[in-house]
Design a protein around this ligand. Structure first.
Ligand SMILES: [Zn+2]
Length: 98
């Protein structure tokens, strides 16, 4: 079965880091493209949902990072921060039900 491919944009809106989907559900193995729109974005996961095992993902402005989801079910909370603001946002999550 082909892997699913999904892209998620991160950006900063009036001093608040945003993800286009705060809570993202995955029900199949997927490659996720994490895109930073106009600001350097850092994602910090409490535990990594990725095959790479990376818990901190740094995405320079207007570039992207690809990560493959590991085959582990669960809820993976993460925070989003960026170079354009100091507040960040720690209310994002991936939900894996593989
Ligand atoms: Zn921000």
């Amino acid at each position: 079965m082909a892997e699913r491919r999904t892209a998620i944009h991160f950006f900063c809106d009036n001093g608040s880091c945003k993800s286009e989907s705060r809570s993202k559900k995955f029900t199949k193995p997927a490659v996720v493209t994490l895109i930073a729109d106009g600001t350097d974005v850092t994602l910090r996961f409490a535990r990594s949902p990725f095959v790479s095992g990376d818990k901190v993902i740094q995405i320079p402005a207007d570039t992207f990072v690809k990560e493959k989801l590991a085959g582990t079910s669960g809820t993976f909370k993460y925070s989003v921060s960026c170079s354009a603001c100091s507040s960040g946002n720690d209310d994002a999550e991936f939900i894996l039900g593989l």
